[in-house]
Design a protein around this ligand. Sequence first.
Ligand code: ATP
Length: 359
Amino acid sequence: MAVKPQTSGQANAQLGADVPAVRCVGLAKRFGATVAVREASFEVGRGALMALLGPSGGGKTTLLRMIAGFETPDEGSIEIDGRTMVNGRTPVPPEQRRVGMVFQDYALFPHLTVRDNVAFGAPKGPDRDERVASVLGLVGLESVGERMPHQLSGGQQQRVALARALAPRPAVVLLDEPFSNLDAALRARVRDEVRQILRAADTAAVFVTHDQDEAFGLADQVGILLDNTVVQIGTPEDVYLHPASLDVARFLGEANVLDGVASGGSVVCELGTLKLGGDAVEGPVKVAVRPETLRLHPEDGPSVTAEVVGREFHGIYKLVTLRLPSGTTLSAVMGLHVPATVGESVQVGVNSFVSAFPA
Ligand code: ATP
């Protein structure tokens, strides 16, 4: 069955304004009996940062490699900057695609200086030195141009890889799990730097990750890959608050799932009558309630009685497990000051809209 990814209105407005940096339509790739990617369609707007987020084995790297030209799709078409790269004909080779690639291990030339690594990516000609100096400036590494890669920190090495990818002024930079080689302390800082560099370069970028925080923290648009296809595209807020399916809701963090009956923009379930967000759905549904939308002892709004059956301390929040009269358990994220003792009876309500999907 063809799965058409949902695209937010905001994304459409952005993409419609111009020829997209990348347009993929109906991409499919098999390796023997393994389906790596099926019926994947998405666009990346000029200057936009898109994350392809999906579980391991979901086809993220294969998608990136098809855009780069390292794999040829079995079906579908790819356009970069309005030029057809592959569409049933002989594919355009990687070096003619105007893509810059940043590999997971950076793949710097160990025997070349930082400057020469970057020069390798820069177009030959009289302006080459100037271009190298300019991208080294962009990534903040002017002062280490004569060093060898092994004399740099992991974060610096990544900036060299990014500078090398940006040197030829690509239409799009592709980054494969760009932060997985960095330790947790460095990751947030480098992520910020990479975002600023890509913004300053005004180049579209696609990066693949299985880390939701990373995708949400860096990208303007997130493409969710489930079951080896792109099932939803939207801003981080869109895909989190308005998941296209129960599978997406479950993939993007924890969701408490209850049975319910929807009508007229509301749903009746064991937690009472709750307001629905997103598309209208009617009849029997599965309701997804985020743990952070549950409230204990709410001062207003409907609430039901539940028993506290578990409590886990997580530093800046605690996770409280509640049991409803039916036996259904719920996870609730609470501030540390909210009283919740195992064994006590509490009132629980929901302080936000919820998502529901046909049962
Ligand atoms: P991860 O996050 O683990 O890197 P991914 O989402 O990037 O996963 P891919 O690497 O694209 O997923 O792999 C998708 C599927 O295709 C997997 O089942 C994988 O084993 C298979 N696959 C990928 N490349 C090849 C190959 N060259 N030969 C055979 N099978 C492959």
